[in-house]
Ligand binder design. Sequence first.
Ligand code: C5P
Length: 419
Amino acid sequence: MAESKKIILGIAGGIAAYKTPELVRRLRERGAEVQVVMTRSAEEFVTGTTLQAVSGLPVRSNLWDKDAEAAMGHIELARWADLVLIAPATAEIMSRLASGAAPDLLTTLCLATHAPLVIAPAMNHVMWSNPAVQANRQVLEARGVRILGPDRGDQACGETGEGRMVEPDAIAAAVTGPTIVADVERPPLIGRKVMITAGPTREAIDPVRYISNRSSGKMAYAMARAAAAAGAEVVLISGPVELTTPDGIQRVDVESAREMFAATHERIDNIDIFIAAAAVADYCAESVQENKIKKTEARMSIELVRTPDILASVAELENGPFTVGFAAETENLREYAISKLEKKNLDMIVANQVGRNRGFDSDDNKVDVFWTAGEQSFPMMPKTELAVALIKLIGERYLERSAPGTRGELADRARIIHE
Ligand code: C5P
């Protein structure tokens, strides 16, 4: 950790707040400067006097405190912080953070800061498992908020379950230690090459007609942006879409499935992660008519042949990249997705229900992700947010697959853990 890390410790109103003086001590022992910011309800559980004594700084709690604002305004405070830690984080504060509400000093700071945000939730285990709280957790994770815990064990309410705040010493170690610093401050895909196929393909019938589909390319472009933000070098192999190229991304325009296949294989060497998000046409005309077809006949038919499966061909490569496919289905989502994962020999598959205004061409999406050893569901959210969450998950699984001993990734892992 850098010398004297400046941490805003936000304390929300949960019983675990009684442990925060101890947390301040542990953080300071590890060389951090700690500015405590309490919510009104936190003051019901622990006193500002105690926290001021252990932190050595006046405690802030009121956005409208003229004297405190004159000394260091909330925007200045937001800039001052290297990291914002909220412990305990209650269901209430998670909901405010997820929605962007800022009725008090702490939540205002969270909106106004560029510093990474780490939260240590603490609440009754039934509250923690409530779908509303879990949905907020997913939204926050998707935005890059790092969530510590909660732990399982005895709770203040007399029940046992998942909801205890992680112990102060472990929180202090995590936020000042190398792993979380790497996690929250260092883009996880730095130095990685990611290739993404995007949009529909167009399969020509004659010079003016083609077969295509409703894909907008929005999900793939959002993922390209998210991968670049995570530090990756990104190549986007794009079918025809009405989208602008994200900054810093190499875009290769193609029309047909065959062109997409060729463009992909020309550039696949050294790609670490291949994400096939394109809606590639499954069939193309056996032969493209040289001239415009005339409507002389009452009926006509076009002979179609299968297009090459780009994703399967990349998954077959020896020492190939980590492969991620998409499965857009109108029914039996889970079954079809898992069978596709196995049949195409993929590392991961992202399944989404399409049809009835869902999936294609909309700005929101809801997906389930499957890999050999697990699965994760994401609630309906904007594609831009979902893309960030998917890139995070893909990055984690990619690193896990590249565990020490395989593909010479030992050095990489060591770098990520120790930098
Ligand atoms: O088999 P299906 O078309 O449902 O598989 C979907 C996945 O395979 C998507 O990730 C899509 O981008 C990819 N695909 C491909 N080339 C094809 C057909 C699908 O890369 N010809």
